[in-house]
Ligand binder design. Structure first.
Ligand code: NDP
Length: 266
């Protein structure tokens, strides 16, 4: 295992020091790894979580121990007023927001076509689409007020490219919405010097797959990956740091960055 797989990598991005990062779903998996990496780079992290309070505390402690600052903001992002409240709390804590990471998301449950219900479709879209739209609105308004630009990083998925695995079509389509909207928001917000990009993970070993995928399903996915292994959350971190950094990606907007071991090459 190399250092980025095991999470020991220290990726040093000087212009992130003191930057304020609001990250949704920062308690576990990819969001937690990104939050820790922002902390290691001296950023101030406003970390949203919902159910995983103890895990969020551990991420926050890690950020503080490594030289960053952290504030925890509990909240179910699917609640219509959550984005406005979480945005306001981040600004109250740190005075501004420089980077938004729209990471919270989930498959909800694997559901074949003949079992679709309005309740199921709403649940997938509420979590993977509608709350992201609200955060884009509320945080871009805040960034515009600040007048110094910003970076918004959405989280799409390889599922957006291939339509999803068994029972995950609505989730895949929701992530396709995010990829398409990322390009549109990038064009609309460029006048405010707000860059909008997305990270599109492949199959990454997080609580997501513990919840939604069997060992057989994971083995079948792995067989389609040229690197012949599942990725780690830490291996997604570089993409977030790169897209957050004005110094590294100041001329990059509207891009979907694939992190997938070669599983899909657009
Ligand atoms: P995890 O389940 O580890 O993380 C999901 C995060 O989202 C948790 O922090 C969770 O918080 C948060 N979350 C879920 N629902 C809500 C909610 N209603 N309100 C606030 N926060 C919420 O999975 P991953 O790290 O794998 O997923 C992160 C992102 O990556 C998601 O958008 C996912 O769709 C995407 N993705 C993952 C892939 C993978 O293979 N793992 C592949 C492609 C995309 P809490 O536990 O505190 O409720």
């Amino acid at each position: 295992m190399n250092s980025s797989q095991s999470g020991q990598a220290t990726l040093c991005v000087p212009d992130l020091k003191g930057k304020v990062i609001l990250i949704t779903g920062g308690s576990t998996g990819i969001g937690a790894a990104a939050a820790r990496a922002f902390g290691r780079n001296g950023a101030k992290v406003a970390l949203n979580y919902n159910a995983s309070g103890a895990e969020a505390e551990r991420v926050s402690d890690g950020i503080k121990a490594s030289g960053g600052e952290a504030v925890l903001i509990q909240g179910d992002v699917t609640q219509p007023d959550a984005s406005a409240r979480i945005t306001a709390e981040a600004v109250r804590a740190f005075g501004r927001i420089d980077v938004l990471v729209n990471n919270a998301g989930a498959l909800v449950r694997r559901t074949p076509v003949d079992q679709y219900t309005d309740e199921f479709v709403d649940a997938v879209l509420d979590l993977n689409v509608k709350q992201v739209v609200r955060f884009i609105r509320d945080v871009s308004i805040q960034m515009r007020k600040q007048g110094s630009g910003g970076s918004i990083i959405n989280v799409s998925s390889i599922a957006a490219r291939h339509g999803g695995g068994p029972g995950s079509v609505i989730y895949a389509a929701a992530k396709g919405f995010i990829a398409t909207a990322t390009r549109g928001w990038a064009k609309e917000l460029v006048k405010d010097r707000i860059r909008v990009n997305a990270v599109s993970p492949g199959v990454i070993d997080t609580p997501f797959h513990e919840r939604y995928s069997t060992a057989e399903q994971l083995a079948a996915m792995q067989a389609t990956i040229p690197m012949n292994r599942i990725g780690t959350s830490e291996e997604c971190v570089g993409a977030f740091l790169y897209l957050a950094s004005e110094e590294l990606s100041g001329y990059v907007t509207g891009q979907i960055m694939e992190v997938n071991g070669g599983q899909y090459m657009p």
